[in-house]
Write a protein that binds this ligand. Structure first.
Ligand code: 5GP
Ligand code: ZN
Length: 111
């Protein structure tokens, strides 16, 4: 997708600190971390919203959550982590390529 910062990162056109990648997802460090560990887990396929998820994308997202769970210890998240998906304007979604924020490495406050 043109002009999508995450598509450009995955294509290697914009540098990023990758911590994991496979054929379906890439995980890299957020450029403006909001916690000691702040990763972005991004499906390689470009779509913006959960409401665009057909069965194949739903299965992809399920596998993605499973992978995050399995990878957590090697990502420094053995003591816990928080997942966030911002959707649309009210949530402040700024990159319109669906992504899962992974926050951890510290105790996380909950408002
Ligand atoms: P959103 O608000 O859309 O859920 O989150 C987008 C996230 O992408 C933000 O936390 C922002 O810091 C991060 N981000 C935006 N541009 C870049 C970039 O070029 N590289 C990296 N690593 N993260 C980015
Ligand atoms: Zn994209």
């Amino acid at each position: 997708m043109e002009n999508c910062v995450f598509c450009k990162i995955m294509a290697g056109e914009i540098p990023s600190a990758r911590v994991y990648e496979d054929g379906e997802i890439v995980i890299f460090r957020d450029i403006e971390p909001k916690a000691k560990i702040h990763l972005l887990c991004v499906p390689r396929e470009h779509f913006a919203l959960l409401s665009e998820a057909d069965d194949a994308r739903a299965a992809l997202l399920g596998r993605t959550l499973q992978k995050i769970g399995a990878l957590a210890p090697q990502l420094g998240l053995a003591d816990g982590y928080r997942l966030i998906i911002n959707q649309g304007e009210n949530a402040g979604q700024s990159v319109h390529h669906l992504h899962i924020h992974i926050l951890g490495g510290q105790t996380l406050e909950w408002e």
